[in-house]
Design a protein around this ligand. Structure first.
Ligand code: AMP
Length: 368
């Protein structure tokens, strides 16, 4: 079996690392000849619009998936006309546009922060008056890790936020004073069978994920069921195949959907050591029409991203139970270059280990 993966970042790399023990082979496609997957798999480096290169990429491949959310939809359509592609193109097209995404949530009765499309400054003024400040102005497309966003706290800042982001289609939404950010990761196979990992609690700073804890300590069984139900609705509507992550805000016992990612997700990296079957293996099982693996946890897990620079690895490895993953990327500011997962059998053990790991990673109290 050979899987073709569009995108050659760390997610693709971890897909391959999960697939090799199962005898699965991989071919990657990425415009960057230095993409991290090149170290461990066959990489075709060409522009996403290069049809001849895409044809070569497809030779001898059984199914195609993608690991990067900003792949041009036209590329995925080109591939889908020639080969099975999972997750479905519609999921990617929806996730790439915050407005379509929020409209889908609405349609499925999944609560979201109040939102409105913004094409002119007047739309922004009207929406801000209706929704009430503070609000967040976001680009509809190509936003990730907090890029393309401006928080507006007072009416005097409306104009500056508009100036900063105008030029691309925008969306404005209520700024949510959430207690926690959560995500839920589901997997659906080609027959419609679904499995879910328990909801995860995530800490972001500057829009970048810093830490994930699973299961989410703040989540009651009722809230967990609701989060999973929302993810299920999305997967069913999209006739989804593969891993889908849904990000949510939790506010006073209520959940509001922020966004979805039609791919394996950073907040699910803990599943490599912390669950019976990792999100990466389950994604491969789903797209290859193989039976899904159980998602049972092996304990409580915490995952820290390594961002910007790599701290001394000896210190990380000295923490009992810490599993280090480095992605083979050159460290630059705000770049995710690796992660560490700790699995413990008790929440007290997890707390102790987290503190030790936070120190080894040189994290401030905001992130640890
Ligand atoms: P996003 O790219 O939409 O996932 O935004 C990145 C991060 O910005 C989120 O994980 C939140 O921490 C924060 N954020 C985004 N939208 C909102 C919002 N409406 N209210 C509060 N925080 C937000």
């Amino acid at each position: 079996m050979r899987v073709g993966v569009l995108g050659g970042g760390q997610l693709g790399r971890m897909l391959a690392l999960a697939g090799y023990p199962l005898g699965i082979e991989f071919r990657f496609f990425d415009p960057n000849a230095g993409a991290p997957v090149g170290q461990i798999g066959q990489l075709i480096a060409a522009d996403y619009g290069d049809h001849a290169a895409l044809e070569r990429f497809l030779e001898g491949v059984d199914v195609v998936t993608y690991e990067f959310e900003s792949i041009p939809v036209s590329t995925v359509r080109f591939v889908a006309e020639r080969m099975k592609v999972f997750p479905p193109v519609k999921a990617l097209a929806t996730a790439q546009d915050r407005l379509l995404e929020k409209q889908l949530f609405d349609d499925l009765n999944i609560p979201t922060p109040p939102f409105a499309a913004v094409d002119q400054i007047q739309d922004l003024q009207r929406a801000a008056a209706r929704i009430g400040l503070p609000v967040v102005l976001k680009t509809r497309r190509m936003g990730y890790d907090g890029k393309g966003q401006a928080v507006i706290r007072d009416a005097a800042s409306l104009d500056a936020a508009w100036q900063q982001l105008a030029g691309s289609p925008l969306l404005v939404e209520k700024y949510v004073e959430f207690q926690h950010e959560l995500s839920v990761i589901g997997v659906r196979d080609t027959t419609g069978r679904e499995v879910f990992y328990p909801p995860i609690e995530n800490v972001h700073r500057e829009g970048i994920l810093r830490k994930s804890t699973a299961p989410a300590p703040s989540v009651t069984p009722e809230l967990a069921t609701l989060a999973i139900e929302y993810c299920r609705r999305l997967m069913d509507r999209l006739a989804y195949v593969g891993v889908l992550a849904l990000e949510l805000f939790s506010v006073d016992g209520e959940l509001f959907a922020n966004e979805m990612a039609p791919r394996v997700h950073n907040s699910g990296h803990w599943t490599i050591e912390g669950a019976e079957t990792s999100q990466f293996e389950n994604h491969l099982r789903a797209v290859l029409s193989l039976p899904l693996g159980v998602t049972t946890q092996r304990g409580n897990s915490v995952m820290f991203n390594i961002i910007g620079h790599i701290p001394p690895v000896e210190r990380i490895m000295a923490v009992e139970g810490a599993h280090l993953h480095l992605y083979g990327k050159a460290p630059t500011e705000k770049r995710k270059v690796g992660h560490v997962t700790l699995v413990a059998q008790t929440s007290a053990g997890l707390e102790r280990g987290s503190i030790e790991l936070g120190l080894a990673l040189g994290l401030g109290s905001n992130d640890a």
